[in-house]
Write a protein that binds this ligand. Structure first.
Ligand code: ADP
Ligand code: MG
Length: 231
């Protein structure tokens, strides 16, 4: 995988342990994990130009090797509807970040497609010192954070194991559809789990991977945030 190898080699050369969201998403895309369309803007004019190209509404996010949790520092603006909202958010994010993390190196601003709201799931991977890479699955928000409703498997996983991981969580019925919510594309989640398994098996230098959240639709799914930490 050409781009993945280039990104990982560059990070190693710089002794950098955190990949930027742009880098993590480029790797995901190369491994067949669907991600939101994105462009990296270096200034406000570029941000507006990219936003117009991708199409409104748009999401803007800070890109910095020094910031792991972007919304904690006011580094994310969602639902921007036109050029003036993009300009305004660009300045606001820069101001927030300078205030919260004055020394942060700012690479630019990520302009990305706004994924429509839907059921959120999380796919993660961590490296166990004894068993090697392990995969995690759960539903987003309170299910993972409060109820710890997650499943784990040692990688590599088979398709059957990916299906088991999904059906094992207590929140599984929510994926099968309820009241006005249509069933989620479970097969799309299976593919993401299998591709994540392949990625962490082929790149053992990945210490942690976090696709959080992934929005799942009736057809398809989209990763809106991807984090990769290296050993
Ligand atoms: P953080 O680094 O804080 O985890 P995220 O990229 O996950 O930053 O953004 C915070 C939240 O904003 C996400 O959990 C999601 O709800 C929303 N969000 C981010 N990017 C998008 C997007 N492209 N489309 C829709 N919602 C998004
Ligand atoms: Mg996130």
């Amino acid at each position: 995988m050409k781009e993945t190898n280039q990104i990982l080699a560059a990070a190693e050369k710089e002794h950098r342990k955190i990949l930027l969201e742009t880098e993590a998403k480029t790797i995901c895309a190369e491994y067949g994990i669907p991600v939101t369309k994105f462009s990296l803007a270096k200034n406000e004019d570029e941000a507006v130009r990219f936003a117009e190209k991708i199409g409104f509404p748009i999401v803007l996010k800070i890109v910095s090797p020094d910031i792991l949790h972007k919304s904690n520092v006011g580094g994310v603006a969602v639902g921007l509807k036109d050029a003036s909202e993009v300009e305004e958010a660009y300045e606001r994010i820069q101001k927030n970040v300078k205030k919260c993390v004055p020394k942060a190196k700012i690479v630019g601003m990520l302009v990305q497609e706004m994924a429509p709201a839907s059921t959120e799931v999380i796919v993660g991977a961590t490296k166990d010192p004894q068993f090697g890479p392990a995969l995690m699955f759960g539903l987003g928000g309170i299910f993972v954070e409060v109820l710890k409703d997650v499943t784990f498997r040692i990688a590599p996983i088979t398709e059957d194991e990916a299906c088991e991981m999904i059906s094992e969580v207590k929140a599984y019925p929510l994926l099968k559809g309820y009241r006005n919510t249509p069933p989620a594309d479970i097969n799309a989640i299976v593919r993401i789990l299998l591709n994540t398994s392949k990625l962490v098996m082929e790149h053992q230098e990945i210490k942690e991977l976090d696709l959080n959240p992934i929005l799942v639709y009736e057809k398809g799914a989209k990763t809106v945030d991807a984090r990769i930490l290296l050993e």
